[in-house]
Unconditional design. Structure first.
Length: 300
């Protein structure tokens, strides 16, 4: 499966909660006017502790296997009065960097998207169905030209999975998309077909996955958010361990996201309804042989 076809083959669940914008605007170079959207739960968001002034360029991915039903955060959540700033780039490879972001429930975040390429981009964000379908009314910053920065401030009032995408002609179809995972006490402890549990996986030029061991429950449905943070092209094959080791993908029991170029982020939704063992690997030439593989641990 190539990167162009991949987004259209996703089995997307129902929208996972309302997305509320606090304020959004492009920089003056984008030509977009400032728009204000009052939050539905500003009192709750304002009650969060005010963060120290900081700007992050990416949300670090877990370095160890994520515990079941929980994602640790290593940042101070933003508030309506003082949003946390996440800086991103959009490039001519048709990738957003970072492509996967973790935010806290009720947190307010300001996304600053700089266009470091020549092609014009947009940044649309919302529940997965809406963002991927380019649904009318879904919040966006459009017309981000070469060298310009688009800015959008968002309050996330429910845990779940959101997405962002660029719908300039051909960009989304190529795979110009990313994910926002909202964590909090209401996040599902057990992934289901309607609401998969999200796990982020990073791939690097060291020919390694982080994490390389992941625990899932028997029968659980997981949304793997896979990001290539290196320069080499990678793939992510997932399924029964013997099939993965033999590079025998069938698109059903053994699935893959391939041709993941520098900076790209994709997802695979998979239900672990077999007896196992399960594994994942990269079969780009020489990568598996160098140890680019990981294991899935099934727990009751």
């Amino acid at each position: 499966m190539n990167a162009t076809a991949f987004p259209r083959q996703l089995a997307l669940g129902a929208a996972l909660g309302a997305l509320v914008l606090v304020a959004g605007a492009c920089s003056s170079t984008t030509g977009a006017a400032r728009t204000t959207f009052p939050p539905a739960d500003a009192a709750v968001a304002s009650a969060l502790p005010a963060p120290a002034a900081s700007v992050v360029t990416a949300t670090p991915l877990p370095s160890v296997a994520p515990s079941l039903g929980a994602i640790a955060i290593d940042f101070i959540p933003g508030t309506v009065a003082s949003p946390r700033v996440i800086e991103m780039t959009a490039d001519d490879n048709l990738n957003f960097t970072p492509g996967s972001v973790v935010v806290a429930k009720d947190e307010t975040v300001t996304f600053k998207i700089k266009n470091v390429g020549k092609a014009e981009h947009e940044f649309m964000i919302g529940p997965i169905d809406a963002a991927f379908a380019d649904a009318e009314g879904t919040p966006e910053v459009a017309g981000i030209k070469k060298g310009a920065t688009g800015t959008l401030t968002v309050t996330f009032d429910k845990p779940g999975q959101y997405a962002f995408a660029c719908h300039e002609p051909g960009h989304f179809e190529h795979g110009m998309l990313g994910f926002v995972t909202v964590v909090g006490p209401e996040a599902p402890a057990m992934g289901t077909a309607n609401e998969p549990r999200s796990i982020t996986v990073n791939m690097t030029d060291k020919l390694a996955f982080t994490p390389n061991t992941i625990q899932v429950r028997k029968g659980e449905t997981i949304r793997f958010i896979v990001t290539n943070s290196g320069t080499a092209t990678h793939e992510f094959m997932l399924g029964p361990a013997d099939k993965v080791a033999a590079d025998e993908g069938d698109g059903k029991i053994t699935v893959e996201a391939d041709e993941l170029d520098q900076g790209s982020t994709h997802q695979l939704v998979y239900t672990f309804d077999g007896s196992g063992p399960y594994a994942f690997a990269c079969h780009e030439p020489g990568h598996f042989e160098a140890g680019m593989a990981g294991t899935i641990e099934l727990v009751d």
